[in-house]
Design a binder for this molecule. Sequence first.
Ligand code: GAR
Length: 210
Amino acid sequence: MFDIAVFVSGGGTNLQAIIDQIADHRLCGVHIACVVASQDRCFALQRARSAGIPTHVVKRSSFTEPASFDQALLNILRPYQVQLVVLAGYLTLLGPDFLAAYKGRVINIHPSLIPAFSGTGFYGIKPHEAALAWGVRLIGATVHLVDTAYDHGPIILQKAVPVLADDTAQTLQQRVMQDAEQVILPQAIALFAQGRIKQEGRIVRILNEI
Ligand code: GAR
């Protein structure tokens, strides 16, 4: 089994997509060993508990130093021996110690085609609001490797989604979640589980791509 940890901060629709795809065998050989939340009042925790997945809450505000926050996360993950950490709507920046321990094995989903509408301040519905304000015709989602800056690491997968004339930020967010995020995040996990991801500096190669 390819064991993963999923980190969450909010509603958990991406977590649910992973749970559902594992349950109906669209995502094979993958097991969610635990879910780690950045706060205790997020619906993602309920989704995890309903699926019988062990949960933990680690608040950044409980630690003065980034290094002690990283250490707390590492201590929680150690017994699970996970091979991949998936940030699924997780909004806290991870520190260098955590990322060094899981080098090349932390991925994030972001609701835009990076580098557009990404980085500090672009989280949740903000990229969709900005996309409407710019009048872009396409938005989408990106799965990327995580480094110490928001939405900055090497890109693994991207999927574009059209912006429609009558979209609100909410309808656009919904379409991006369903048609892009919930497609490419499980796809990226499958690629890792199959050992098909190879990082060469900023470039990520997908092995045996058809
Ligand atoms: C998702 O749209 C995710 O891409 C975004 O937050 C939402 C969380 O939804 N993440 C970011 O903005 C990270 N920069 P969810 O909790 O329902 O999966």
